[in-house]
Design a protein around this ligand. Structure first.
Ligand code: FES
Length: 182
């Protein structure tokens, strides 16, 4: 038996007609390369999709102010609709604080990894339920792991008298973060 007779692959056997090159026959080496190329392209595409999805999830997870979920400018309402004291506005992820005729708003997104803080009336602090950071009413954080204060957002009033929170315009707590509603 010659070498040519020993094969486990029918496509490798010499053609009885003798005229057709293996690379042009169905199931030939050429088609095998095409299948490999196609499978490699599919694999690469799937890998890229997984990497892109993972990157997006990581980006969203690390996004500190949740800004992708909330419009940059959020309408809080008319002055008469803003209650005295501190109010959590879930859709805007912030607290509005009103004292008499003045108002300010502070981010409710923890500067550590983005959990929403809550207000603890007993200790007069914002508290993060995730890893224990506390924030004073002025936004500063005496305890970690958060390393930055909660920012205040600039407020303005539109032509209809509605109060607008500008989430892309942060302020430090220096007295100028208040908007006078008088
Ligand atoms: S997310 Fe607030 S302390 Fe970690």
């Amino acid at each position: 038996m010659s070498d040519a007779d020993v094969t486990n692959h029918p496509q490798d056997a010499p053609s009885a007609a003798g005229g057709m090159a293996p690379s042009s026959a169905p199931g030939s080496e050429g088609d095998g390369m095409s299948r490999r190329g196609f499978l490699q392209a599919c694999t690469a595409g799937a890998a890229l999709t997984v990497v892109a999805a993972g990157g997006y999830v990581a980006f969203r997870f690390l996004q500190p102010d949740g800004s992708l979920d909330v419009p940059a400018d959020f309408v809080l309402g008319r002055a008469q609709d803003i209650p005295q004291g501190r109010t959590f506005v879930a859709q805007a992820k912030l607290f509005v604080e009103r004292q008499g005729a003045r108002v300010r708003c502070i981010s409710a997104v923890c500067t550590h990894l983005g959990c929403l803080v809550t207000w603890d009336e007993g200790i007069q602090r914002y508290r993060c339920p995730c890893h224990g950071s506390d924030f004073l009413p002025d936004g500063t954080n005496p305890t970690g792991p958060a390393s930055k204060p909660l920012p205040f957002f600039r407020l303005s009033r539109d032509a209809d008298g509605r109060v607008i929170a500008h989430r892309r315009q942060t302020l430090v707590c220096d007295g100028n973060e208040w908007l006078d509603l008088g």
